[in-house]
Design a protein around this ligand. Structure first.
Ligand SMILES: C[S@@+](CC[C@H](N)C(=O)[O-])C[C@H]1O[C@@H](n2cnc3c(N)ncnc32)[C@H](O)[C@@H]1O
Length: 286
């Protein structure tokens, strides 16, 4: 599995999800594999979804239904980030735009919220949602989070919601985030993190790493907490802090286990899953 294959698997998955939301053929994003947004459609129906209940009714008030339906995150970065009026925000992997729209509200008319995504379908959906919400202080950028199409030192705060784990190579993403932040800028990201790492052998498991569904479902590509800290520090960030917002259980995986888990006993799978958690990652650009 090379980096291009990973990127194409991710692109194909999220383009397809965006089309389903746009066409109204899916009330949610999930098919048969665990995803950032939750689990199988059966599990989603039973309420076990990682993307469920991330936003309060007050936050969703005034936002288009399709922005909420396309919410595929694993946290609520705008609730945990300290957004201030007049600031410029960048959302890495903005999807249907929910966090960009919420950020735009928080930074107000003097501020600006950018959404960056690599799929035309998600960007079209986000533009549609912004127009429907009547939000004007937003800009949509097409591109890769590993090569951000913005100048150096142009952003006050970077948010992201369950996207960095999808990147085939995380270090360029951290380096680019550092580059576009102004001095004193903040990194405030929700992501899936493997706390304590994987059991010995599992981290090198070819089956695990080859499972593209798991990767595009935010599992195989997740960093460990130690890797996250080291990657951010190597890019130049300081004041790095990881806060678990939700630890996963077997119930989050749904009825159909991903390929890598199918040969393992239930106790082992449960132990592995419990190491994965939605995590809020904060860091600072000096
Ligand atoms: C799990 S969804 C999250 C969407 C959104 N942040 C949310 O919370 O609803 C991942 C999104 O990131 C985008 N994405 C994934 N990898 C990307 C990359 N390398 N560069 C730009 N966008 C990417 C996908 O197209 C998709 O819209």
């Amino acid at each position: 599995m090379d980096q291009q294959q990973i990127t194409e698997a991710v692109r194909s998955r999220y383009s397809s999800i965006a089309r389903q939301v746009t066409d109204g053929t899916s009330a949610h994003c999930c098919d048969t594999t665990p995803t950032c947004c939750g689990e199988t459609s059966a599990a989603a129906a039973s309420g076990n979804t990682i993307s469920q209940d991330l936003y309060t009714v007050t936050e969703l008030d005034g936002l288009p239904l399709k922005a909420a339906l396309a919410s595929l995150g694993c946290g609520n970065p705008t609730a945990l980030a300290d957004l201030r009026p007049g600031e410029t925000v960048l959302d890495l992997g903005s999807g249907g735009g929910i966090d960009v729209l919420l950020s735009a509200r928080r930074v107000g008319p003097e501020g600006l919220a950018y959404g960056l995504d690599m799929t035309d379908e998600m960007l079209d959906l986000a533009r549609h949602n912004a127009a429907e919400a009547g939000v004007e202080n937003v800009r949509w950028l097409k591109g890769d989070i590993a090569s951000i199409p913005l100048p150096d030192a142009s952003v006050d705060i970077i948010i992201s919601n369950c996207v960095i784990n999808l990147a085939a190579d995380k270090q360029p993403v951290f380096a680019e985030a550092f580059r576009v932040l102004k001095p004193g800028g903040r990194f405030a990201v929700s992501d899936v993190v493997i706390h304590g790492g994987l059991p010995v052998g599992m981290d090198e498991s070819a089956a695990f790493r080859r499972d593209l569904s798991s990767w595009s479902g935010c599992i195989a590509g997740a960093l460990t907490d130690a890797e996250y800290r080291a990657g951010l520090a190597a890019a130049g960030f300081t004041a790095i802090d990881l806060e678990i917002t939700r630890r996963y259980t077997l119930a989050d995986v749904g009825a159909k286990l991903p390929m890598w888990a199918q040969t393992l006993d239930t106790a082992t799978v449960a132990a592995i899953i419990s190491r994965f958690a939605s995590t809020f990652v904060r860091a600072h650009k000096p």
